[in-house]
Design a protein around this ligand. Structure first.
Ligand code: S3P
Length: 425
C-alpha cells in the first residue's frame, strides 16, 4: 500500500530541537558567565522565549547558528516594562512562568488566540503551592499574571504528564532556591533535567520522580542543539511511505523520552536504522536511516508510550491512512489542548479528504486504505497539522491544499523547502 513513483532520497539535517532550544536560552540566561549555544532552532516559538528573556533584562543576541549569552545568574532578572509575549508557544509560557515565579519579579504573560485558550491552571496550582501568586482569567488561559515571592519546597504529582509543567516547577525551584520533587508516570521528556545536571545542579531521577536540590549557582552552558526528532519524523514517514529510496536524517536527538515515533514506525514495518549514536552535552544523538519500499501495517499505541511521541501523533494518524489495517491511539487526551484540538482537527481533515478515521475521547482510530486524498486542509494555524498533511500532499495522486502553509514557521520555517529537496520536486 505504498504510493507509486515517489522517491525520497539523500541526506537532510533538520533544524535544532525546539524543546532543547528553549531550555538552552533559559539555562544560559540563568547561568553565571558566558554560555555558548550552537545550532539553536531559529523559529517563531524560540524567538518568543528570547523576547521574554530580553524583557526580563537578559541581553540575548539575535538568534544565529553560533551565539553567546551573558548569564545574569539565578537572582539577576528584573521586572519587565511590558507584557511577556509568548506568541503561539506553550513551552515559553509555562517554563518562563516558573522562572518568573522563582525570581521574585512580576510578569503578565500574553499570547496569540490559540495560546490564550490553552490551560494554565496546571502550572498555576503548583506555583501557588510554592508561594507565588498567579492570576488567571475564568477560562484558565492567558493573560496570566505571575507574581514571584519567597518560595517553599514542593512535592507535586504531575497528573497531566506534561514536561512543561514539570519544567515550570523545576525552574521555579531553581530560581527560588528551594527543593522540588515531581512525581510522574510515565516519564515525560527530560531535557530540563539533563541540561541542569550538565550545569552542576543536583538532580535525581528515577522511573517515577525527579528531585531537584537547591543550587546556589548555575555553570555556563556549552551546547550544540541536536536535530529535532519531531521535525525529523515528517521525513522519516515520507521516506517509509515511498516505494523507493533511502533518506539519511543527520544528527537527530534520540533521547529515549523522544523516540516513540521511530519505535512506532518500526512496529508498523518501517525499515529504520540508527547510526553513529553518540552522547553530546548530555543528550543522545544519531543519524537516522529510513528506507522505503516496505508495506506498513496498523498498530495500537497506548498511554504508556504517549509522552514519547505526543507531538508526532497527528503524523501517526496521517501515516495510518496508508498502513494496512487499523491504527488505534488511546490515552492521548492531552492532544485536545495543544496548538489546536489535534484529535478533532486531524480526524476532521482526514475524513474531509476521503480517509477512514474516527475520533475517540482520548485518541483516534484510522483504518488504512491507501486512499487518494483530495481537498483543503484547515490547519487552525497548527504547524504540525500543516506539516503532517504536507507529507500526505507529497504522495503521488493526492491533491491537498493547506489553508495556512506559513504556520510551519512556529517550529520549522524551512519545512517546504526541505520537502521539495528530499522529493526532488
Ligand atoms: C514540550 C513538551 C510537550 C510538547 C511540546 C514541547 C517541552 O508538551 O508537546 O511541544 O518542550 O517541554 P507537554 O509537556 O505539555 O505535553
Amino acid at each position: 500500500m505504498t504510493a507509486t513513483r515517489l522517491r525520497v532520497a539523500g541526506e537532510l539535517t533538520v533544524p535544532g530541537d525546539k524543546s532543547i532550544s528553549h531550555r538552552s536560552l533559559i539555562c544560559s540566561a540563568l547561568g553565571e558567565g558566558t554560555s555558548r549555544v550552537r545550532s539553536i532552532l531559529q523559529s517563531a516559538d524560540v524567538h518568543s522565549t528570547a523576547g521574554v528573556l530580553r524583557a526580563l533584562g537578559v541581553r540575548v543576541p539575535p538568534l544565529g547558528d553560533d551565539i553567546t549569552i551573558e548569564g545574569v545568574g539565578l537572582r539577576g532578572l528584573r521586572d519587565p516594562a511590558s507584557d511577556l509575549d509568548c506568541g503561539n508557544s506553550g513551552t515559553s509560557t509555562r517554563l518562563l512562568a516558573g522562572v518568573v515565579a522563582g525570581s521574585g519579579v512580576t510578569g503578565r504573560f500574553v499570547g496569540d488566540a490559540s495560546l490564550s485558550g490553552r490551560p494554565m491552571r496546571r502550572i498555576a496550582r503548583p506555583l501557588a503551592a510554592m508561594g507565588a501568586t498567579v492570576e488567571l482569567p475564568d477560562h484558565g488561559g492567558l493573560p496570566m499574571t505571575v507574581r514571584g515571592a519567597a518560595l517553599r519546597d514542593v512535592e507535586w504529582v504531575n497528573e497531566t504528564g506534561s514536561a512543561q509543567v514539570k519544567s515550570c516547577i523545576m525552574f521555579a525551584a531553581l530560581c527560588g532556591g528551594v527543593e522540588a520533587k515531581i512525581i510522574e508516570s510515565p516519564r515525560s521528556r527530560d531535557h530540563t533535567e539533563r541540561m541542569l545536571a550538565s550545569q552542576g545542579v543536583d538532580v535525581w531521577v528515577n522511573d517515577e520522580s525527579v528531585l531537584l536540590h537547591p543550587a546556589s549557582r548555575l555553570a555556563p552552558l556549552d551546547v550544540t542543539v541536536p536535530g529535532d526528532p519531531s521535525s525529523a519524523a515528517f521525513f522519516a514517514a515520507l521516506a517509509a511511505l515511498a516505494p523507493d529510496g533511502e533518506l539519511l536524517l543527520r544528527r537527530v536527538c534520540v533521547n529515549e523520552t523522544r523516540t516513540g515515533f521511530l519505535a512506532a514506525l518500526r512496529e508498523m514495518g518501517g525499515d529504520i536504522e540508527l547510526l553513529d549514536r553518540e552522547r553530546l552535552a548530555g543528550e543522545w544523538v544519531a543519524d537516522v536511516a529510513v528506507k522505503g519500499g516496505r508495506m506498513l501495517r496498523g498498530i495500537s499505541i497506548g498511554r504508556e508510550a504517549i509522552p514519547t511521541l505526543i507531538d508526532e501523533l497527528p503524523l501517526v494518524a496521517c501515516l495510518a491512512a496508508y498502513a494496512e489495517g487499523e491504527t488505534r491511539v488511546t490515552g492521548a487526551e492531552e492532544l485536545r489542548v495543544k496548538e489546536s484540538d489535534r484529535i478533532a482537527v486531524v480526524v476532521g481533515n482526514l475524513r474531509a479528504l476521503g480517509a477512514d478515521a474516527d475520533e475517540l475521547p482520548d485518541g483516534f482510530v484510522v483504518r488504512g486504505s491507501a486512499p487518494t486524498l483530495r481537498g483543503r486542509v484547515v490547519t487552525h494555524a497548527d504547524h504540525r497539522m500543516a506539516m503532517a498533511f504536507g507529507i500526505l500532499g507529497a504522495l503521488p495522486g493526492n491533491e491537498i491544499e493547506i489553508d495556512d502553509r506559513a504556520c510551519v514557521a512556529v517550529s520549522y520555517p524551512a519545512f517546504w523547502n526541505d520537502l521539495s529537496a528530499v522529493t526532488g520536486s
